[in-house]
Design a protein around this ligand. Structure first.
Ligand code: GLN
Length: 470
């Protein structure tokens, strides 16, 4: 019986012949088949994955991800494979090139087993905005897995793949990691090239990793990060993230925002468990201090003004001519475009395009868009000040555990407010991780969010590794 616990252990078993890549692929394919009800995969590349496993089994372990079975969120391009961003407008579209991150995975021997369901164009927090039906939470199928990388988090949790690439524009890796109970890493903005990632909010979008362990996430980040001639915003520095050893007597300076931990929207159990953890860190000798953060109420509005503005521009290319399904209604060009977009986009995507177009319109540009840019700048400055005195910010990921299907998606505003603790890292560009450390009385897991200063992923991963081992 195949059993996956970490890439290191898997590689050790491959070396001793205890298992093979083929056995691992067969196991995942079998589990995917048995977990169809979760709806986490939109497509499974069964034959291709088996062929690659057979090929890898003939070779010694060379690549850092030799035989590692991964899923990719359906907004990341993989040459020759369909990519739809879980939208009808792109249904049937085949990638003409692979994302840089995907190229790098393949080069290190990863096996991509399929593309995973998500909220349409990454817009959502519960995965209920997919045009291809929601994903279910493997911990309790009455509940959502979180979004927008819900298929990826659910698949990792259910053991359908060993790790997955998701994307995080405003929490879409960390939130589903929190709701499903896996590790979810959002790197610094620009750490991973966005080339081949279907754009939502370009100044926020970042590819991230869903994995079982912090060291697996670190290893995958190591592979996919680095400069890229196809993305001018990719960070030029080459870093290594795999050495997670740190001396056990290392003491960190940890900040938390009482405004968040005591927020009026937070589930009291989440608040209590985070406060207890903070106390334990203090007992362990770390410096743990409350920090006043007076911009909390501006976080969600700023995020939704800026991302909808960027989305309205990014999504203008889907007109049924250059991309996407074309309608049969061909009276004149305008009605042709209108029909393509009206039929192709889902409700939430349309809402955001309209909101974004509104905040960019001549009469409101300064009042909304410019203002939000200024607030983003302020948030950035305040965050840098915090990291002058502290190594990490510890926070919740979400005010609640995974809601039931249908419980939250009737009220878009309430849904947006649920992003309060995650979008901060995207507004400021800092890396953040969700660690699966808590359990709620409802039996659902929830995570701890840890963030560090920009480009400080190595310390973030070391500290996270330490926390998980405790
Ligand atoms: N809930 C956020 C939104 O809907 C998540 C976005 C994301 O990270 N892709 O915008």
């Amino acid at each position: 019986m195949f059993n996956f616990s970490s890439i290191d252990d898997y590689h050790a078993d491959l070396k001793t012949g205890k298992t093979t890549c083929m056995q691992a692929v067969q196991h995942c394919l079998f589990s995917i088949e048995n977990s169809k009800h979760l709806n986490s995969f939109l497509e499974v590349f069964a034959e291709e994955a088996s062929a690659k496993a057979a090929e890898l089994d003939k070779q010694p372990i060379k690549g850092k991800l030799h035989g590692v079975i991964m899923g990719i969120k359906d907004n990341i391009c993989y040459k020759g494979h369909e990519v739809s961003a879980s939208s009808k407008i792109l249904q049937g579209f085949t990638s003409v090139y692979s994302a840089t991150a995907v190229e790098r995975l393949l080069k290190e021997g990863a096996i991509i087993i399929g593309r995973q369901n998500c909220d349409e164009f990454g817009m959502g927090s519960t995965n209920e905005n997919s045009a291809f039906e929601p994903v279910l939470n493997p911990n309790n199928t009455d509940h959502v897995p979180g979004g927008s990388s819900g298929g990826s988090a659910a698949a990792v949790k259910a053991g359908l793949c060993m790790a997955a690439l998701g994307t995080d524009t405003g929490g879409s890796v960390r939130l589903p990691a929190d709701f499903c109970g896996v590790v979810g890493l959002k790197p610094t903005y620009g750490r991973v090239s966005r080339h081949g990632l279907i754009a939502y909010g370009s100044s926020f979008d970042q590819i991230g990793v869903l994995a079982y362990t912090v060291s697996d996430a670190a290893r995958i980040l190591d592979v996919i990060s680095g400069p890229d001639e196809f993305d001018s915003t990719a960070i030029s520095q080459i870093n290594s993230f795999t050495d997670l050893r740190s001396s056990t007597d290392k003491r960190y300076r940890i900040a938390y925002f009482p405004d968040w931990v005591e927020h009026n929207s937070i589930d009291p159990e989440i608040s209590v468990q985070i406060k207890t953890l903070l106390q334990n860190l203090k007992h362990d000798g770390h410096e743990v201090e409350p920090v006043d953060f007076n911009l909390t109420e501006y976080i969600v509005p700023t995020y939704y003004i800026l991302t909808t503005a960027e989305a309205s521009s990014n999504l203008s290319r889907y007109d049924g001519v250059r991309y996407g399904r074309a309608s049969t209604e061909k009276k004149d060009l305008t009605s042709f475009y209108q029909a393509n977009r009206a039929q192709g986009f889902g409700k939430e995507v349309k809402r955001r395009i309209m909101l974004g177009t509104f905040v960019l319109s001549a009469g409101y540009f300064d009042a909304y868009f410019t203002k939000a840019q200024q607030v983003r700048q302020l948030l950035h400055q305040q965050t840098q000040l915090v990291f002058k005195n502290f190594d990490f910010i510890v926070a919740p990921n979400s005010p609640s555990v995974a809601p039931k299907l249908g419980e939250k998606n009737k009220d878009p505003l309430a849904m947006y407010m649920g992003d309060i603790f995650t979008v901060f890292a995207n507004l400021t560009g800092i890396p953040a991780i969700s660690l699966p450390v808590f359990k709620h009385s409802s039996n659902l897991p929830f995570g701890l969010q840890v963030a560090s200063a920009e480009q400080n992923e190595l310390s973030l991963l070391r500290f996270s590794h330490q926390l998980m081992q405790q």
